[in-house]
Design a protein around this ligand. Structure first.
Ligand SMILES: Cc1ncc(COP(=O)(O)O)c(C=O)c1O
Length: 394
């Protein structure tokens, strides 16, 4: 059955599943096998000649993973998708697929830390230089272009302070110059933002976040056109080997079934919490593209169909105050990661103070009182009470 013209929830529920092939099972099977066996010399010979699509070895392709990849491609409005063992495996593979030694990369500031490290530290081994720009300022991107610029890497909204890039404008500028574009779309999820439709070449996700949604799986994916994904399938996927295992793929297929309704609830809760925080006397600033106080609120409404549940806020206090706030939260748990069913708070000063000298906090837009909050699916009144109580102890 062709589901391509169906709505999102129907795609999440049924697309790419062929129940008749799985003895009528309603839930897709987990093909927990490393290898596939053949009946004869001729049979395996034909599989290797790629005349008919056959599964040979799970590092190349596995049926459970393939179902997930088809669903993700349909959700992101791309031709094909490839799944990886983590968001970072997907991100590093996507970047490596585009660049070669001595190329130049333009990347937005305040991206996810390990992506920053990959570009600014790891890739310098191959004489690849990266210029980090304020992504909200299109002129800075234009001015950073060099003759050897082969990639513009975006993350919109970016990490911690959630500034946006004008995706359509940057994608069309890059296309005119033959520069490839990659965007990390984990924040918005495929429900709220589809960058391929805006001209971006490759979308990457940490599927450990909203796509999985249950804080029980680490995974990633790349979505793009057939040519790009074919190249990745032949190179970075099997050669670097950061592939997704069948059980993790099955968990993600299960997570996807509720993606749309989860995103709606994350948004509803986060909008209410951002309103509560914006009016609280101890909060000096909130960072949430879904709140009218965000400097790019109009752009956010234009290029996203909704807003996820990840936001930050600054408590008007020092580190001691943040400690009191965190230690008095009862429902909201303390931890890294985000996008799960449960609300999680994290003060970025913990990770950044280990790596970045205090005087550079300002440049990164990070103040000691900054707290990141992944708003989960709990009853929002309980979350607001929890925040209120903890804030009263600051
Ligand atoms: C924006 C963003 N991109 C990518 C990643 C990396 O994903 P993973 O942890 O699945 O490797 C993260 C993880 O926190 C993230 O926040």
């Amino acid at each position: 059955m062709d589901y391509t013209n169906y709505g999102l929830q129907t795609i999440l529920s049924h697309y790419a599943e062929e129940n008749e092939k799985y003895l009528g099972a309603a839930a897709v099977p987990i093909f927990e096998t490393s290898t596939f066996v053949f009946e004869s010399y001729e049979d395996i010979d034909e599989a290797f000649s790629h005349k008919n699509k056959r599964y040979i070895y799970t590092r190349g392709m596995n049926p459970t993973v393939e179902i997930l990849e088809k669903k993700l491609a349909a959700l992101e409005k791309g031709e094909r998708a490839k799944c990886f063992a983590s968001g970072m495996a997907a991100i590093s593979s996507a970047i490596l697929n585009v660049i070669k030694a001595k190329d130049h990369v333009i990347c937005v500031k305040n991206i996810y830390g390990p992506t920053y490290n990959f570009l600014s530290k790891y890739l310098t081994k191959f004489n690849i230089e990266t210029t980090f720009v304020n992504g909200e300022n299109f002129e800075e991107i234009k001015e950073a272009v060099r003759e050897n610029t082969s990639l513009i890497y975006l993350e919109s909204p970016n990490s911690l302070i959630f500034m946006l890039q004008d995706i359509k404008k940057i994608a069309s500028f890059a296309k005119e110059r033959g520069i490839k574009t990659i965007i990390d779309n984990s924040w918005a999820s495929p429900v709220f933002q589809n960058p391929l439709e805006m001209g971006i070449d490759m979308v990457v996700h940490s599927a450990s976040k909203y796509i999985g949604g249950h804080s029980d799986v680490v995974a990633g994916c790349i979505v793009g056109n057939k040519d790009i994904i074919c190249r990745i399938e032949e190179n970075e996927y099997p050669l670097l080997g950061g592939i997704l295992a069948p059980f993790e793929a099955w968990l993600l297929i299960r997570g996807l079934r509720t993606l749309e309704i989860r995103m709606e609830k994350h948004m509803k809760n986060a909008l209410a919490i951002s309103e509560f925080l914006a009016q609280h006397p101890k909060i000096s600033k909130i960072y949430y593209p879904g709140h009218p106080s965000h400097p790019q609120y109009e752009l956010a409404r234009k290029q996203m169909k909704g807003f996820s549940g990840l936001l930050s806020f600054e408590i008007d206090c020092d580190i001691e105050g943040v400690k009191r706030f965190i230690n008095n939260l009862k429902i909201i748990k303390l931890g890294v990661s985000w996008g799960g069913y449960e609300s999680l708070a994290f003060p970025p000063v913990i990770s950044y103070s280990k790596e970045i000298p205090a005087e550079r906090f300002k440049d990164y837009g990070i103040k000691p009182g900054l707290v990141r909050l992944s708003v989960g699916l709990e009853n929002v009144e309980d979350l607001i009470d929890d925040l209120e109580r903890a804030l009263s102890k600051v």
